[in-house]
Design a protein around this ligand. Sequence first.
Ligand SMILES: C[S@@+](CC[C@H](N)C(=O)[O-])C[C@H]1O[C@@H](n2cnc3c(N)ncnc32)[C@H](O)[C@@H]1O
Length: 222
Amino acid sequence: MEDSGLFLTGDGSHSIQSEKFKVAYHSIHGAIQETEHVFIQAGLVKRLETKKKISILETGLGTGLNAFMSYLFAERHKIHLHYTSLEAYPVQEDLYKILNFAEQLGSDQAAQLQGIHTSDWNKSISLSEYFTFEKVLTDFNDYDFPSKFDLIYFDAFAPTSQPEFWEVPFLRKNYNCLLPGGMLTTYCAKGSFKRALKEVGFTVESIPGPPRKREMVRAVKR
Ligand SMILES: C[S@@+](CC[C@H](N)C(=O)[O-])C[C@H]1O[C@@H](n2cnc3c(N)ncnc32)[C@H](O)[C@@H]1O
């Protein structure tokens, strides 16, 4: 169990400060804003340009914000998503039950965010006709990365906190589990990370980041 604290980010949405990793789960300038920019627009919307039924892998379920916003997107646009999220240190009930994401997004589907958190581990469920969800209770290092994903939401804590996940060996596993044309998107644009992505075979794009962040990265498996 983790001893962490809830706080409000710049756009009014909640995030959590991890005591274990001494870092926040999202940009302090706006959690919803960051997810919308980095994962939904730069990742999901971009990937949908060339494939309509998408399988997503997320490294770090955390608050469930990326999963919840992907679910809302799938509902709104009637597209089929299969979403797998890895997590070793689940957010505890006292925190996830008070997250204000649905309210901040003007959504009446707060129950689905709770459903993401209360669903069984290692079991695929249909959250709706469009959204299949599975959360896997595992350390990133122990996951076998099956080759079946179209898009990776790469959302480990920053390299200052978890350097090993931004280096060649772990990135190679991510590369190998992507289908041809697959993409990885993340908030980080550190030089050594981009070089490591290229070394494992990705084509790397540096694109504008969310507000107050100059750049982020999208990497494509050609
Ligand atoms: C930046 S946060 C993810 C935020 C999340 N995507 C969201 O929407 O709230 C990083 C997540 O990775 C998880 N994590 C960190 N190290 C891990 C590891 N070695 N294995 C599995 N999960 C890990 C953390 O517990 C945390 O939930």
